[in-house]
Design a protein. Structure first.
Ligand SMILES: NC(=O)C1=CN([C@@H]2O[C@H](COP(=O)(O)OP(=O)(O)OC[C@H]3O[C@@H](n4cnc5c(N)ncnc54)[C@H](OP(=O)(O)O)[C@@H]3O)[C@@H](O)[C@H]2O)C=CC1
Ligand SMILES: CC(=O)[C@@H](O)[C@H](O)COP(=O)(O)O
Ligand SMILES: [Mn+2]
Length: 369
């Protein structure tokens, strides 16, 4: 397989599954964590290795190390594996997703930003979702709604739900949230993940993205989210008959990853959840006064072209927050102002995405730096 983002949270879990099932790794792509990458090269003996920056190349114990986005695309073209695991973070994952699709490869997609930014240009038949909630929905729907042609029979279900943990600040007094530091925001209550998605969980941008991701994956706008504070339930399907089924598992990404990598899974991947030990579950509404970005939920679902605007503003704002230049609440403020400014955006081609991304980026830089 081809693993993009091998040194990250998803990447490391993917390699644990690869080792357990003795899967071949043809390509390792990492950013600049060469210490971990060198260990992975020793363990998996890949044919190609790509890193983010030229300066990192000299520290990697491998001959012909390549670097940069164009090298990721070049290696995708040269590779023989038919499976790409996209565990890159942010917009950096988009061009590799589009290239893998062009090469008719299967994509095990963790990089949700690919669908947020360019869902309407992505062939969903090539995508297997790794995102835990979407894996849960896929798991629940696959038995009931799969039609012969692989499409889902959407008449069977009434509504899809995904859950949110509420993020690191979910129990903070609302008027204290503006003082949250990076350390506070990275303290996720249930999951251990990369920095960006952990910040997105605290702003609820992650769940906003996941609603749009689900729209593309399951071809429906009939989707919503609520908080389940232990992240024991990941997804639910409300059926026409009035019953609801829920997908429950431990908070460990090895389960969705195993399904995405293997044709079928008939061994234990995670220890089952003991609900008697869990004791109780608490559910909460996602409130706009605590999560301001939730205000644009319907706007985004009804105009998915806004995905590139929201993602660009979010990545800019997170960069500024990580540098200590803006406060936590400004992340949502910048996103909401960008949506107002670019509300009439229209995507007619993939090229439009990159043009609009640059325009939004320039606007953010001239208004918020
Ligand atoms: N973590 C999780 O549990 C979940 C993650 N996801 C999604 O999966 C994706 C990955 O998330 P996560 O694993 O947490 O992210 P991490 O930040 O932990 O890992 C990102 C990976 O991408 C690499 N990388 C980043 N930028 C570049 C670049 N420009 N070129 C090459 N490599 C790059 C990093 O390299 P390095 O570290 O060496 O710099 C690292 O290997 C995200 O889209 C996230 O939303 C979805 C559900 C759950
Ligand atoms: C593990 C996973 O799929 C993440 O997307 C997780 O769901 C993020 O947590 P939140 O539910 O807090 O956004
Ligand atoms: Mn998720």
């Amino acid at each position: 397989m081809i693993l993009l983002g091998s040194t990250g949270s998803i990447g490391v879990n993917t390699l644990k599954i690869a080792k357990k099932f003795n899967l071949n790794i043809e390509v390792l792509v990492a950013g600049n964590n060469y210490k971990l990458l060198n260990q992975q090269i020793k363990d998996f003996n890949p044919k190609y290795v790509v890193v983010k920056d030229r300066e990192t190349v000299k520290n990697v114990d491998f001959k012909n190390v390549l670097w940069g986005e164009s090298s990721i695309l070049e290696v995708l073209e040269k590779s023989e594996s038919n499976l790409v695991v996209n565990a890159l973070v942010g917009e950096a994952g988009l061009r590799p997703t589009l290239k893998a699709q062009e090469l008719n490869k299967k994509i095990a997609l963790a990089n949700k930003e690919s669908l947020v930014i360019a869902g309407k240009f992505i062939d969903i038949s090539k995508i297997t979702p790794i995102d835990s909630e979407h894996f849960g929905l896929w798991y629940l729907l696959n038995g009931q709604c799969k039609m012969g042609n692989g499409k889902l029979n959407n008449e069977k279900f009434k509504k899809l739900y995904i859950t949110a943990s509420g993020g690191a600040l979910r129990d903070w007094e609302i008027d204290k949230i503006k003082e949250a530091t990076l350390k506070d925001v990275l303290n996720h209550p249930n999951w251990s993940m990369g920095k960006k998605i952990t910040i997105d969980s605290a702003t609820m941008v992650n769940k906003l993205f996941e609603l749009l991701e689900a729209k593309w994956l399951f071809n429906t706008n009939n989707i919503d989210a609520f908080i389940e504070t232990k992240s024991v339930i990941h997804a639910l399907v409300e059926w026409i008959d009035g019953s609801t089924t829920a997908h429950i598992s431990a908070t460990d990404m090895k389960l969705p990853i195993a399904f995405a990598l293997l044709k079928k899974v008939d061994v234990e991947i995670l220890k089952p959840i003991n609900l008697v030990e869990v004791g109780s579950l608490k559910f909460r509404k996602i409130e706009i006064k605590r999560y301001p970005v939730w205000e644009i939920k319907e706007t985004l679902l009804n105009n998915s072209d806004l995905g590139v605007v929201i993602n660009t503003a979010n990545e800019f704002a997170i960069e500024q927050f990580l540098k200590g230049k803006i406060g936590f609440l400004n992340i949502s403020k910048i996103i909401l102002e960008a949506v107002k400014k670019f509300e009439n955006v229209k995507l007619n081609s993939v090229e439009d995405i990159f043009e609009i991304k640059n325009e939004v980026r320039k606007w953010c830089e001239s208004n918020f730096i």
